[in-house]
Design a protein around this ligand. Structure first.
Ligand SMILES: NC(=O)c1ccc[n+]([C@@H]2O[C@H](COP(=O)([O-])OP(=O)(O)OC[C@H]3O[C@@H](n4cnc5c(N)ncnc54)[C@H](OP(=O)(O)O)[C@@H]3O)[C@@H](O)[C@H]2O)c1
Length: 349
């Protein structure tokens, strides 16, 4: 092999020399691009100061609307945006849980709140009317499309119930779009030259949308939909002064992930949202994607690593995901069987 390379180099043929030079230049270009994108990721994740929310109206009476705000990641968005000076409209399913978060915001951060409770899985027109009414007269500048659901456990597509399919797509896609149709015009009306403020629409994506995920087909597809929808909207609303971004996340401890213990790669919602708000407008792990951020440092390195090695659509990544979700499914089914046996024993005793 080395001999062959040497004979190529020593050869007088200008075509071969030209080919070698071009290959060398492409190699240098590729390596330089990789080093630059990894360097940018590291600087954004660890060095740059947190983004200021003054441009979105933080501390100036502006309001933020957050869906799925009663728990997990959404509750953290509500608390941390209140901390940055926003009044908060909390939208979710359970009134009592929303009122607790509202009381915490009013007590701790002295911000105003409004609460809107409805079951978003129903996609009922009156829900959007109630939301529109709650926003009347409010200078809203931020929307966080956080509400979303996944499969109860990993499940083959052919065994997925119609109810689960419809619930995931309704909640993650239909309702997210319809809520945006209600809130975005209010944001557009409140930002721009007249107020000297910018608007912001964040939508929660997922690694399941980044990487096709066997046994989570519907969830994976619904989150992939959000990537193109959100990034297209980013182009449309830029001239109106609204920043639109998809937020990509790997696992976070929450009721949905069913993971309780945080680790280096799995932050709790507080740390995840702190990273997100710190990095709004930057790409961090999503270096090659416009209007997209993978904000949490460990997730960013994972995203960058997959994208720049096998690739998100590769056979090997698909296979790894398939094996991982098959194992999780087997464990979940065993756990459910144990719980059912314990329940039967309890009823018999
Ligand atoms: N956790 C992760 O590992 C992870 C990873 C990647 C992406 N994400 C995305 O992050 C977002 C938040 O996830 P999370 O883990 O924070 O979830 P979570 O802890 O389960 O909280 C979900 C929130 O959505 C609300 N909600 C659920 N179903 C609803 C419905 N039918 N109608 C109205 N509200 C409803 C819940 O309200 P109630 O309080 O009434 O239940 C709760 O406030 C989702 O879009 C998810 O896909 C999460």
């Amino acid at each position: 092999m080395l001999d062959l390379f040497e004979s190529f180099c020593n050869c007088d043929c200008s075509v071969v020399k030209g080919f070698l030079l071009a290959a060398f230049a492409v190699g240098v270009f590729k390596i330089t691009t990789l080093v630059l994108s990894l360097g940018t990721l590291l600087v954004q994740a660890y060095v740059l100061p947190a983004v200021s929310f003054a441009k979105y109206g933080g501390g100036k009476g502006a309001w933020a609307v957050i869906t799925g705000a009663s728990d997990g990641i959404g509750k953290e968005y509500a608390l941390q945006l209140a901390e940055r000076g926003f009044n908060i409209v909390l939208v979710s399913r359970t009134q009592a849980k929303l009122e607790l978060v509202a009381a915490e915001i009013e007590g701790k951060y002295k911000r105003q709140t409004r609460v809107v409770a409805f079951d978003a899985a129903e996609d009922a027109p009156e829900n959007y009317a109630v939301l529109a009414k709650a926003l009347e007269g409010l200078p809203v500048t931020i929307l966080v499309n956080n509400v979303g659901q996944s499969h109860a456990i990993p499940v083959p597509f052919l065994d997925t119930s119609e109810e689960e399919m419809m619930r995931i797509v309704t909640l993650n896609n239909i309702v997210t779009m319809k809520i945006t149709r209600v809130v975005a015009p209010v944001i557009v009306a409140n930002v721009g030259k007249a107020t000297k403020l910018r608007g912001l629409i964040l939508t929660m994506g997922s690694f399941a949308g980044l990487v096709p995920s066997p046994l989570l087909c519907v969830y994976s597809g619904s989150k992939a939909f959000l990537q193109n929808w959100s990034t297209s909207l980013a182009g449309e609303l830029k001239p109106d002064g609204v920043d639109v971004e998809l937020v990509i996340s790997y696992l976070v401890t929450s009721a949905m992930s069913k993971i309780r213990r945080a680790s280096f790669t799995i932050p709790n919602p507080h740390r995840f949202v702190a990273s997100t708000l710190r990095n709004v407008g930057r790409r961090v792990g999503a270096q090659e994607r416009y209007a997209t951020v993978t904000p949490y440092p460990a997730h960013a390195l994972m995203h960058w690593g997959i994208e720049n090695s096998a690739g998100v659509y590769s056979k090997i990544v698909n296979k790894i995901n398939f094996v991982m979700h098959t194992t999780i499914r087997a464990r979940a089914l065993k756990k459910a069987a144990r719980a059912a046996a314990a329940d039967t024993a309890k009823k018999q005793s």
